[in-house]
Design a protein around this ligand. Structure first.
Ligand SMILES: [Zn+2]
Length: 191
């Protein structure tokens, strides 16, 4: 198998439609291993038989466009770090990325709905995606939110959640006392 064949074998081209930007069409989600920040890990086999580690979205960009210009990073118009749909990828600056994401995340938070929760539950039920990957895809700040949704503890069927509910949940004392934060406070490190 060529590198390109190995690469696409790990991509689900029938990924979810973006919840807030349906005009983008389907994302192509990386199904292999990911970094902590949700970027796909791909290992390119070199001529000498060794492997060079790269990020899946960067590889997808380069397959279509050639080398990433110096000093630029590959941006996702869909904000899904594991997406490898080359029409969702462009080269830009880190500053541009942060600005775009802040704008879109703000929009995303105001648009959370039962439909989104259903989509998350359906995706998780396929068994193809980790909670962490789904959290990244839907701009949720924590995979534990996905856990709550799939266990019907948040956005259960028949329950519409308003932005005010979401805000109060985000700032609730229960959330601030998360095990990770307690662990960090106690030891200064988090596993
Ligand atoms: Zn995408």
């Amino acid at each position: 198998m060529t590198n390109e064949e190995r690469f696409w074998a790990k991509v689900n081209k029938n990924g979810p439609i973006h919840p807030y930007r349906p005009e983008l069409g389907k994302c192509c989600l990386w199904t292999g291993g990911c970094t902590d920040r949700g970027y796909g890990n791909f290992h390119v086999k070199m001529a000498d038989g060794s492997f060079r580690a790269t990020r899946a979205h960067r590889y997808a960009y380069e397959l279509k466009n050639g080398a990433i210009p110096d000093g630029l990073i590959v941006l996702h118009s869909c904000d899904r770090t594991q997406c490898c749909n080359d029409s969702h990828l462009s080269a830009g600056t880190l500053k541009q990325n942060t600005r775009d994401m802040v704008g879109r995340q703000r929009k995303a938070t105001t648009n959370l709905s039962l439909d989104t929760a259903r989509m998350i539950r359906n995706l998780y039920a396929t068994g193809q995606y980790s909670q962490r990957a789904i959290a990244a895809a839907f701009f949720l700040d924590s995979h534990s939110t996905v856990g709550k949704i799939v266990r019907n503890e948040m956005w259960a069927e028949g329950e519409e959640v308003t932005l005010a509910d979401w805000r109060s949940w985000r700032h609730s004392p229960a959330r601030k006392r998360s095990p990770r934060k307690i662990l960090k406070a106690q030891t200064g490190t988090v596993a």
